[in-house]
Design a protein around this ligand. Structure first.
Ligand code: ATR
Length: 295
């Protein structure tokens, strides 16, 4: 027998972590989470699992039986996992969506680190805190809900939601108002053209897919001329890293943040919940992800 060295470092004590979604082939989570595991000296591996919709219950029961320590959950399973959990965080309950599973002997505990991930990224990179802020949010879908819930739970003063379908903005505004002391408002997408809006709201967050590759010339109808250095403009999109909205906002002197920070920090927060450890070289990982994205 040739002498084959175990280069992977995997042994009988290696813990398994994973991603449940479908498709998962494009995900950057395995690259990022395996870097975190290595950096923090955790004997573990993180793999991506493409799970069919009707197999999610079987997948979770199987994972638990085998002692899988933690997982991320992505499209299309963020809601479907809920009946299979032993408990859920306040944020996950309020969003009705779970992106993180944490092993307990009784079953998996569900959490949602998407919104808190964005807040952690904005705190780390822009020194921005939600408490007391007046925020203009564009979009009222699942991503908007995660962000609005996290901002409301962190004490945002006001969230105004602009959406193509105004009824959905109204529904989300009512949910947020019921959850917190945050004032809410719902407006049409066309109202974004009103320059006065930008005197009221200094943080603007795009949660829609407008501007995402390949439709890089799309943009919500934000009144760009009304933006200045007082504004922080956030786009949850990270492909491209700089959307048309961010490019034009930056040219006006506004501060900008792409969605890559949210992606990285939702992963950091999930990793902390699984291992109790915090990755230290987060900026390095982010640079490596940018390299992979722009390759
Ligand atoms: P996600 O989970 O990414 O938030 P979603 O729940 O399907 O996805 O929500 C998509 C959001 O982007 C919605 O606010 C949607 O507006 P509608 O509620 O009116 O559908 C918004 N959106 C998507 N494509 C859009 C477009 N071409 N113009 C304007 N808004 C758009």
């Amino acid at each position: 027998m040739p002498d084959v060295k175990n280069k992977s470092g995997i042994d009988a004590k290696t813990a398994l972590f994973g991603l449940l979604g479908n498709p998962v082939g494009h995900s950057m989570s395995p690259f990022m989470q395996n870097q975190f595991l290595e950096q923090c000296g955790v004997n573990g591996v993180y793999l991506a699992f493409a799970v069919e919709k009707d197999a999610i219950g079987d997948a979770i029961r199987g994972m638990h039986a085998m002692g899988v320590q933690g997982a991320n959950v992505t499209i299309p399973h963020k809601e479907a996992v809920i009946p299979h959990l032993c408990g859920m965080s306040k944020a996950a309950q309020a969003c009705g969506a779970v992106n993180t599973l944490v092993y307990t002997p009784e079953g998996y505990y569900g959490d949602n680190t998407d919104g808190s991930g964005l807040l952690a990224a904005l705190a780390a990179k822009n020194g921005w805190k939600a408490a007391g802020q007046k925020i203009l949010m564009i979009g009222a879908g699942g991503a908007a809900k995660g962000v609005a819930v996290a901002m409301a739970l962190e004490g945002a003063a006001e969230i105004c939601i602009a959406n193509r379908t105004v009824e959905k903005a109204q529904q989300l505004a009512e949910q947020i108002a019921a959850l917190s002391d945050t004032r809410t408002a719902a407006i049409s997408m066309e109202s974004l053209q009103n320059p006065d809006l930008y005197k009221e709201y200094s943080t603007i967050v795009n949660t829609t897919s407008l501007g995402m590759s390949p439709n890089v010339d799309d943009m919500a109808p934000v009144c760009i001329e009304a933006l200045n250095e007082q504004h922080l403009v956030v786009d949850l999109i990270y492909n491209p890293m700089e959307t048309k909205l961010l490019r034009l906002a930056k040219a006006q002197g506004a501060k900008t943040a792409s969605g890559l920070g949210m992606f990285v920090y939702q992963g950091v927060l999930a990793f902390e919940k699984w291992t109790g450890k915090t990755p230290e070289h987060i900026d390095d990982i982010e640079s490596q992800l940018i390299e992979r994205l722009t390759k």
